[in-house]
Every structure is written in structure tokens, then in C-alpha cells.
Design a protein around this ligand. Structure first.
Ligand SMILES: C[S@@+](CC[C@H](N)C(=O)[O-])C[C@H]1O[C@@H](n2cnc3c(N)ncnc32)[C@H](O)[C@@H]1O
Length: 218
């Protein structure tokens, strides 16, 4: 791991029916009162550092990744996607339609600075963007369910040196069907519960890491 980022302390509410145990920055007075009941608190143990998860030995064996965000409405979802994109080493973010761009004044609230590290372009028409990517040899893989999809974890391994662009769709209507037609693969993350889909940012995080780190079931 590289770089400790902050110091923290653990505190506990001294009001017995509450007894909430919680972390707070070591130099903050916010922990003097319990955030749950407002009662007095005490410090437990020594202050401690938190580490971040960067390690230069974590080289990804999988393909280079780009991502196409096709009309994703929520600033929070896009911010979360950008943070994961930075983490997994995405090479380019194609922002299409009404998707808020990394330059949106409120983006940093969710992406926490990751927005500044990423190469990106905006395209008013996601289809034109997808066609241009295909023309330069990028493989488009839509992240979507449906009868044409195959499970992500048993999808064919990309050819060595391939660049995959993951295509993500709108929170309600999903990936535009005409955009799906331009994709060479449609991959789904299996859903085992009562819901038919995941939050788009969560789906992106799972798929991007699975592809970059070649996580597969067989
Ligand atoms: C909430 S989903 C859209 C609605 C979805 N098509 C449905 O009918 O439930 C938003 C986007 O997240 C991604 N997504 C969410 N869950 C997924 C899953 N299980 N497999 C693949 N993609 C998923 C897709 O890109 C999808 O277009």
C-alpha cells in the first residue's frame, strides 16, 4: 500500500442505552457528542491511520478499457462511475447525450477528484460515437441484460492487445437498442434475487474490474 491519508479515532457514546461506537477524524471535535443520541462520548484506544489501496504491483492482465455513457441521467451515478474508472485505469470516457460531463461543477462531490484524471470527450449522438470507435478497431461490449446477452463471467476472453469499450445505458430505459446492434458483445451480470438489474455505477464497477483483472468462472 502507498500513502496513509488520514488519522482517526474511535469514540463511544457513554450513555448506556445508546453506546454507539463510531469513527471520527482525530483532530475533529465532532465526536464530542454522539451523532445518534447527542449524548457525551469517550475516546477508545489510540488514534490510527487509514491506508489507501494503491500498490504498484497491481498490474491488470486484461484488456485496455474505455467506457461509453449513453444518456445516464444522474450526476451521482456518473460521479461514482468516474471514480471507479480512475481506479481501474480506464483510458477514455465517452460521454454521450444528456449524461453530465466530468466538467460539471457538482461532479467532484461524488467523483472526489477522479474526474480530473480522466481523458474524456462529449458526443451529442451516442450512435455516431460508437460507429467511430468501431472504425478505429475498438470492440464495443454493451453491459445489458436480455435474451441476446451472455454472462460476463463466461464471456469469451478478449484477444491480446484488444481495447474494449463498455457501453452503459440509461437508469430506466437501458442501452439504446440501435446502439446494442453496433456492439460485438452484450454481457450481463447475473441477477439472483428479485431485482432485474443493478445500479448502473455498481454494474460498471463489477464489469470493469472483472475484465481488467480477467476474473472469470471457468
Ligand atoms: C438500471 S439498468 C437499466 C434498466 C434495465 N435494462 C432493466 O430493464 O432493468 C441501467 C444500466 O445499468 C447496467 N446494468 C445494470 N444491471 C446490469 C446487469 N445485471 N447486467 C448488465 N448490465 C447492467 C446496464 O448498462 C443498464 O443499461
Amino acid at each position: 500500500m502507498v500513502g496513509a491519508v488520514s488519522r482517526f479515532q474511535t469514540r463511544r457514546c457513554t450513555d448506556p442505552p445508546c453506546s454507539l461506537r463510531f469513527p471520527v477524524a482525530a483532530d475533529s471535535s465532532l465526536g464530542d457528542r454522539c451523532p445518534h443520541c447527542g449524548g457525551p462520548t469517550e475516546r477508545l484506544g489510540d488514534t490510527y491511520d487509514t491506508d489507501d489501496a494503491r500498490d504498484p504491483s497491481d498490474a491488470p492482465p486484461g484488456p485496455a478499457l474505455e467506457v461509453l455513457l449513453d444518456n445516464i441521467r444522474s450526476l451521482r451515478n456518473v460521479g461514482a462511475i468516474l471514480r471507479s474508472a480512475d481506479g481501474v485505469g480506464v483510458r477514455h470516457v465517452h460521454v454521450a447525450g444528456f449524461t453530465p460531463t466530468p466538467a460539471h461543477p457538482k461532479m467532484a462531490k461524488t467523483s472526489l477528484g477522479a474526474e480530473a484524471s480522466l481523458a474524456w470527450t462529449h458526443h451529442s449522438d451516442s450512435l455516431a460515437c460508437a460507429q467511430a470507435l468501431r472504425d478505429r478497431g475498438v470492440e464495443l461490449w454493451a453491459l445489458e441484460g436480455g435474451p441476446r446477452s451472455t454472462p460476463l463471467f463466461s464471456a469469451p476472453r478478449p484477444a491480446p492487445g484488444a481495447t474494449i469499450c463498455l457501453v452503459l445505458g440509461h437508469e430506466v430505459s437501458g442501452v439504446d437498442p440501435r446502439l446494442l446492434d453496433l456492439c460485438s458483445g452484450i454481457v450481463r451480470i447475473p441477477m439472483l434475487g428479485i431485482k432485474g438489474s443493478l445500479n448502473v455505477a455498481v454494474a460498471f464497477g463489477i464489469a470493469a474490474y472483472a475484465l481488467r483483472f480477467d476474473l472469470r468462472s471457468g
